[in-house]
Design a protein around this ligand. Structure first.
Ligand code: G4P
Length: 282
């Protein structure tokens, strides 16, 4: 999805989400477990304030399982409970429901004292594009393939959908803007496909990705492409991968765009293995 964010637009989105905050008991902040830092909105704490919140590390099936635990601990220590899920397969949903009960227990207890029992928990999903908001809504509500609204902010025709676990979900997610200032954040978002390959050409993006992989998961590159990394530059590695994968144009030249697409596509689909590009301390 392509949204051009400008200041007026951000302000409107922030206000419309804040208006909807009053309607819900809990916020589901959805992020991408492969890039938990880069996939967070920079103003999220200010926007959400002290509303009960659960951080949902989605796409955990594609992320490094050891690092998943590190991030989960990190968020839990920062006093926002977090849960690892795979929204496509519905993994982790029960845990999400139990956390939603925990973080709203005080409110529900207060209502119970007034005689209101089994109060549904009203929730709203928010997050930057591509973190899996529509997928999670569809999984929670058991809708098949329904595309949720893709306009930033919240549309006026809010509807509540009952889901399992006594949740009531706002049917339209809050679409937030990503961080813009940091170059590595931009790259990480582009690697995952959250911003379409528009900030850099595919070849440059793939080269930057290879550079990062050499530092953090060299063995996955070797396993997947049977390349020798020793003393090689990213360009030489891209060249080898292109050659091995038959990305050759007339005259025996390597088609770097084709080779770059193979690598980025492999990462996005998890074909290289489970990869997390960021650690909390970095
Ligand atoms: P959004 O509403 O936040 O923008 O995200 P959306 O649900 O459209 O999900 C974006 C892509 O991520 C989709 O891929 C979706 O299938 C995939 N996805 C969502 N959750 C998970 C998950 O837990 N695990 C995995 N492996 N994939 C997940 P897509 O349909 O191929 O879209 P695109 O990548 O071509 O945009």
């Amino acid at each position: 999805m392509n949204i051009n964010w400008y200041p007026g637009h951000m302000k409107k989105t922030k206000e419309s989400i804040q208006n909807n905050l009053k309607l819900v008991d809990v916020i589901f902040e959805l992020i991408d477990a492969r890039i938990p830092y880069s996939s967070r909105n920079p103003m999220i704490d200010m926007i959400v304030g002290d509303k009960a919140r659960v951080i949902i590390l989605n796409k955990s099936d594609l992320a490094d399982s050891k690092v998943n635990i590190i991030w989960q601990d990190f968020f839990n220590k920062s006093s926002i409970p977090s849960v690892l899920i795979d929204a496509l397969k519905g993994k982790g949903i029960d845990k999400l429901i139990s956390l939603s009960n925990e973080v709203t227990s005080e409110k529900r207890l207060a209502y119970a004292k007034k005689g209101v029992k089994n109060l549904p928990i009203r929730a709203m999903i928010i997050g930057i594009p591509n973190v899996g908001k529509s997928t999670l809504i569809n999984t929670l509500t058991e809708r098949r393939g329904a595309k949720t609204g893709n306009k930033p902010g919240i549309t006026k025709s809010n509807q509540w959908i009952k889901t399992k676990g006594n949740l009531e979900l706002l049917d339209t997610p809050g679409i937030l803007w990503p961080k813009f200032e940091d170059q590595q954040v931009g790259l990480n978002l582009a690697f995952t496909g959250a911003i379409k390959d528009e900030i850099l050409d595919v070849e440059t993006l793939a080269l930057r990705f290879i550079e990062d992989m050499i530092k953090i998961y060299p063995e996955l590159l070797i396993d997947r492409y049977k390349v020798n990394l020793e003393d090689k530059t990213a360009l030489e590695i891209l060249d080898s991968i292109g050659r091995i994968r038959g990305c050759i144009v007339k005259g025996g030249e390597i088609d770097y765009t084709k080779a770059g697409n193979i690598i980025l596509d492999d990462f996005r689909k998890g074909n290289m293995g489970r990869i997390t590009l960021e650690l909390p301390e970095s």
